[in-house]
Ligand binder design. Sequence first.
Ligand code: 5FU
Length: 264
Amino acid sequence: VENQRTPLSERESLTENALNKKILSVMRKKKSNLCLAIDYTTSEEVLQLAEIAGPFVMAIKVHADAITDFSEEFTRKLTTLANDMDFIIFEDRKFGDTGNTNLLQLKGAQKIASWADVVTVHAVQGTDSIAGVFRQLINDPNYRLSGVLLIAQLSTKGSLTALDGYTESTVSIAEENRDVISGFIAQTRVSGFSDLLNWTPGVNLDAKTDSAGQQWRGVDEAIDVQQNDIIIVGRGVTSSSEPVQQLKRYRRIAWEALAKDDES
Ligand code: 5FU
């Protein structure tokens, strides 16, 4: 089958990309392919849940520009938690402009390149505005940033990423720049390269839509059928009155589904 997943135990040695080597090792150590999307609007709420979630997740995703009291103190605390609890910090900024502007924004008010391990980038602006600029920061030891996820498919209803050729063109950009681009945001597995990781949002075990464009499906669909590597879960956990129970639930179901590859 095209774009079939390689068992996790074989992936690390097949991977050159430094960020993905780290991610794969964290995943195996913590037995987790769960990334938690914490879309709370105050620093305190985000940090509180990050601390609780730390043991169960391999990554925590934030939207810095949704945090109303965002500050350097917040990112200092978040990076300390990430270092102590071994999770990846993922800023879902979705950069999508000229290379020069992308660079200004990465170093700008929020200093994203200084605290995020990985950021999302739209493919729409083309290779020259992506690869060189991000490579420059990723290779600079003064910045924490170590990888990029390209948006190959959005989870939203009616997304234009479904237009003919868009996803395929995105995948080509990634496959040709695998030192910088460590994977995709997608709904289904989009590349046959086993060193590119497929992260998938739009996962919820108890709801299908949010009436604002989001489309959710279950973990079996996302991991078994659509062959993704990592699930990104937001409100399935963050809107629950029992977040720890939900974290354990999503982590267990997603890990069991992924670990099946290594048994067969
Ligand atoms: F690129 C994408 C996408 O295609 N769909 C998404 O939902 C990103 N996301 C993010 O994942 C979105 O911005 C949220 O931060 C998160 C999903 O959270 P939810 O609460 O599970 O919908």
